[in-house]
Design a protein around this ligand. Structure first.
Ligand code: TYM
Length: 355
């Protein structure tokens, strides 16, 4: 264990419809990373019970996110695809991290503040501690790279803080057991057990905005379905949502800089560029100066062309429940074997008595 292999980990919650933000900010990038990385992709079902404990359709939604992974092109043979609750090491390590993380760190998490709203006293302890479970998801595999959308940035900083504090608090034990690896913390070389994970918040669309309000993130919890394109929307629905997307009255600018202060225009151009796998300036050089009445049909056509095959494949895969369940079961066994190797060492470092 004296090296840390580069490894990618990421997770998606099985709550509500997957939308274009999840696809462009995360899943599409998971697919791209497979070619030259060892990847673990997880449907994080235990995260989904932090806000709402009873989900009649939790199992089906877990299958649906799995189907989306597979339909988008994730290979469950070369890489690992599983659902979180199958691997108890996540919860075990999360408990340890609850004892590493400080209340003050978690109190700063903006996502908790947003999700708990005004009635903080009534939020679940699980919602408050959510980021320590997320750190455990990643570090149970000593993952080095985590592709996510921009909204997860603060959680990944916390993951690094937890790894760093653990490495620091247990530095003597880590050295004594000879289980550390050298890593740089700022300018300093230290010997640590958990890597300081790199967030991969990149690609053309790390933050896809609502179609109804370009200053708000596209989100599964927005009450208006017109605000997002769901991965399961049919062609007519996609076209209608783009037609109805909020815009300003001016034509598209002739330079990318002209998108500043025009959040809705910027969002639609960004979505076009991400779907077409091109740059925003290439989109502007084709559509600059033209009206939204020209641009929107082209965007709708592109979105249907790219998303309809994924939706069809998702439907096909979801129809074969035994196949999906088999993937998750096998993935869970492989993931558990990996996580247990890390946990064995983590327990020793802490001094928890196990054979
Ligand atoms: P979740 O399920 O809310 O979202 C899944 C992924 O989609 C990204 N995303 C977006 N990207 C761009 N634009 C948007 N509008 C948009 N909305 C969502 C998210 O950033 C995420 O990458 N806490 C995580 C799940 C998680 C996780 C992990 C991720 C649990 N453990 C470990 C990475 C590593 C979440 O709730 O994502």
């Amino acid at each position: 264990m004296n090296t840390i292999q580069p490894r990618v980990f990421s997770g998606v919650q099985p709550t509500g419809n997957l939308h274009l933000g999840n696809y462009l900010g995360a899943i599409k990038r998971f697919v791209a990373l497979q070619d030259d990385h060892d990847c673990i992709y997880c449907v994080v079902d235990m995260h989904s019970i932090t806000v709402q404990m009873v989900h009649e359709d939790l199992a089906d939604q877990t299958r649906e996110v799995t189907a989306a992974f597979l339909a988008a092109g994730i290979d469950p043979e070369k890489h690992i695809v599983f659902n979180q609750s199958r691997v108890p090491q996540h919860a075990e390590l999360a408990w340890i991290f609850n004892c590493v993380a400080r209340m003050g760190w978690l109190n700063r998490m903006t996502q908790f503040k947003e999700k708990a709203g005004k009635d903080r006293e009534n939020a679940s302890v699980g919602l408050f501690a959510y980021p320590t479970l997320m750190a455990a998801d990643i570090l149970a595999y000593r993952a080095t790279h985590v592709p996510v959308g921009d909204d997860q940035k603060q959680h990944l900083e916390l993951t690094r803080d937890i790894a760093q504090k653990f490495n620091n608090d247990f530095s003597d034990r880590i050295a004594e057991l000879g289980v550390g690896v050298e890593m740089m913390v700022g300018e300093e070389k230290v010997n640590g057990f958990f890597p300081l994970t790199e967030p991969l918040i990149e690609g053309p669309a790390p933050r896809v905005m609502s179609l109804r309000d370009g200053t708000k993130k596209m989100s599964k919890s927005d009450p208006s379905d017109l605000s997002r394109i769901n991965l399961t929307d049919d062609a007519d629905t996609i076209a209608k949502k783009i037609r109805k997307a909020k815009t300003d009255p001016a034509p598209l600018p002739s330079e990318v800089e002209g998108l500043k202060e025009r959040p809705e225009a910027e969002n639609l151009v960004t979505i076009f560029a991400a779907l077409a796998e091109t740059s925003r300036s290439a989109v502007i050089s084709d559509f600059g100066g033209r009206q939204f009445s020209d641009f929107k049909p082209a965007l709708a056509e592109l979105a249907v062309e790219k998303l309809a095959p994924i939706a069809a494949e998702m439907r096909r895969i979801s129809g074969d429940r035994a196949y999906v369940d088999g993937i998750l079961k096998r993935g869970g066994e492989r993931a558990e074997a990996e996580a247990e190797q890390v946990m064995k060492v983590a327990r020793k470092i802490i001094g928890l008595l196990r054979d």
